[in-house]
Design a protein around this ligand. Sequence first.
Ligand SMILES: *Cc1c(COP(=O)(O)O)cnc(C)c1O
Length: 364
Amino acid sequence: MMRVPFLDLAAGYQALQPELEHALLQAARSGHYIGGEALHAFEQAFAAYSGSRYCVGTGNGLDALRLALLALEIGPGDEVIVPSNTFIATWLAVSQCGATLVPVEPDPDSHLITADGIAAAITPRTRLILPVHLYGQPVDIAAISALACRHGIRVVADAAQAHGARYDGQPVGGAFDLCTWSFYPSKNLGALGDGGAVTTNDPDLAERVRMLGNYGSREKYRFERPGINSRLDPLQAAVLSVKLPRLDAWNARRQAIAHRYCTALAGSDWTLPAVSPRTSPVWHLFVVRHPRRDLVQQQLRALGVDTLIHYPIPPHRQQAYQRQWPADAFPVASALADEILSLPMGPQLSDEQVTYVIDCLLGC
Ligand SMILES: *Cc1c(COP(=O)(O)O)cnc(C)c1O
């Protein structure tokens, strides 16, 4: 029997250990522990990499979302359209600025919200569309942009799972008004702790995000807005600068593994994610569906193959939100949550491990 962990972060560290430790020591000795050159260098590199003009580092991905919404002055009385199936942070950012969540069901084949689904949820109060490039698959940027433009509504994309993903050949970070990122350790580009960023092509919005994440201050001891303190740690920026040049190769490895899963599982009991030909997903997670998910997950575990569920309970059924919606309010999100399974995925996975996982999946 082979052991296949879901993800091996320690192996990822060891593969780059000398360079990471050199960068960390340099940052530690620099005397600049907030802001400074290491942070600036990473922000510039990540803006370029993600196809945008500006990048502002934040403390984490949730704060990146909160700052994006604050910068657009989203607040009480405003409706924000979100997917009914996402990591809860997408919803929390909306709740925390006092706006009203308007969840939209995903297309069950791609797991993504669509322009048609969003269009049906637009009201005169809609101020923002907040799509998620879930699992590393870009949403239909052209259709959502056209819809938002027609209605004069802003769009912020949650790209916490989509570093390096492309749509029509372009990186997703410059699409829409603002794009938010997380560098949580397990993400495709992960720090050694928390981190996040906002990217945009709009210089005023970039300035506002930076000001709001710095206590609402552009100029020392002058506070123009009641902001928060959420900045990217320069030690984490130094780590991320070591990793960024490797990201395309890591994503290519994820794509090769996804290709093997798709080829091997076609025509089986496993339902594969539908992919739009306009997109190049980066498979932060490779999520398949099976009608007897709980049983097959147990069988796989007994065979040494670790899988996870992203996410087992949709946001509207969480205790945090259950007073606002009945359990059956979003049947597509609920049905997906009952059938989805995230397969082992990551640049550290060997060909032999992938072969073993596929054999186990086909034996279930
Ligand atoms: C990880 C994640 C976040 C939150 O990022 P943190 O850095 O953990 O705060 C937000 N949205 C999605 C879709 C995520 O996957």
